[in-house]
Design a protein around this ligand. Structure first.
Ligand code: AQP
Length: 332
């Protein structure tokens, strides 16, 4: 079976529709056909300041949401990144193979550091993509299911893997990005040209999966659209409506052309009202399942412990091979 690896940050508590439609939904599908490794990436979370108590709670909450979304620990390996020390260990090696200029070109870093301000930007935030390189290569992943915003980091991973392989001999699988075209980028409902994001300036355009359905309905109903009346997919002229159609289509499995037909002659209000119901119907069982996992922290922690055990075997083997290639003397 080909292998996949992906991760999600535990920050901000609830996942949003962009996380689910862009990434997690594919993770659920891929566990059926792939040897799948999925991580709650808490080491990445601390690249910006986190309250320790909140981080611990949101890490468990992230795991609970992943299980509620359909990850099955019998079908995939679900683990917490900090449980596997090899991530940080391999990241150091990868830091020494990544150019300063190369890392400086990462657009996510430029965006996030601009938001933080120069003084508050940490070296950790700068080397975050390199830690991601290590996350992926440790598991010899063939592909990495992510949203469009991660494409550049996967390209970096490929470049660094090839560099390592050519310098030291073949060691790492060179992975490719697995990005679903339709849901590669879900947009902010208030600004349908910007990505829906946990760190958006305002939560108004971000549909959190754990929001009360009333709250999500309000956000959907006040989504920014164009001044026209026609419900048609047109990314350029109608980015707001197109975004709503994509969300509607992926949550229901109805094709966009069918939705266009279904809503021919109807107003934007009808589409928004129905989409609010579609989202409410999807999130109701999701919220309930998340709550159930949270109420049973022992089970949750033991799922994560089993995941860590499985992940560690693979990670330790890869790290040992990489250390050997680099020329480190083995520890006796
Ligand atoms: N809007 C989106 N559309 C499609 N996919 C998205 N992803 C995130 N936003 C969208 C994908 O979700 C996965 C997990 O992302 P992450 O843990 O790196 O989350 P993040 O980047 O912290 O999430 P945000 O909301 O995008 O936060 P900020 O604002 O901090 O950048 C990834 O596969 C990502 O592609």
């Amino acid at each position: 079976r080909p292998r996949v690896l992906s991760g999600i940050q535990p920050t901000a508590g609830s996942f949003h529709l962009g996380n689910y439609l862009g990434a997690v939904r594919q993770w659920v599908d891929l566990q059926e056909t792939h040897d799948a490794f999925y991580a709650v990436v808490d080491l990445h979370a601390i690249t910006i300041p986190q309250d320790p108590k909140e981080l611990r709670a949101s890490t468990r909450l992230a795991a609970a949401q992943l299980l509620a979304a359909g990850l099955d620990p019998e079908r995939c390996t679900l683990f917490v990144q900090s449980h596997i020390p090899e991530h940080a260990q391999l990241a150091w090696v990868m830091n020494c193979l990544t150019g300063f200029g190369e890392a400086s070109r990462m657009t996510q870093f430029k965006d996030k550091s601009a938001r933080q301000g120069a003084e508050a930007t940490t070296v950790g935030l700068f080397t975050y993509p390199v830690l991601q390189v290590a996350d992926i290569l440790l598991y010899q992943a063939d592909s990495v299911p992510v949203g469009e915003d991660q494409r550049q980091h996967i390209e970096l991973t490929r470049d660094v893997a090839e560099r390592f392989n050519s310098r030291y001999g073949h060691t790492f699988t060179v992975p490719s990005a697995h990005i679903l075209k339709e849901t590669a980028k879900i947009y902010d409902l208030q600004d349908p040209t910007a990505k829906m994001s946990k760190s958006a300036a305002s939560p108004k355009g971000v549909v959190s999966l754990l929001d009360e359905p009333k709250v999500s309905a309000k956000k959907i109903k006040s989504a920014v659209t164009d001044t026209g009346t026609e419900i048609r997919y047109d990314e350029k002229e109608k980015p707001g409506i197109s975004n709503l159609l994509v969300i509607y289509s992926t949550l229901t499995g109805t094709g966009v052309p069918e939705l266009e037909q279904q809503y021919a002659g109807k107003g934007y209000g009808a589409l928004k009202t129905d989409l609010a119901e579609v989202v409410a119907a999807w999130v109701a069982p999701f919220r309930e399942r998340t709550q159930e996992y949270l109420e049973d922290p022992e089970t949750l922690d033991s799922v994560l412990a089993r995941g860590a055990e499985k992940a560690r075997k693979v990670a330790a083997e890869t790290l040992a091979a990489a250390y050997d290639k680099v020329g480190f003397v083995p520890a006796k």
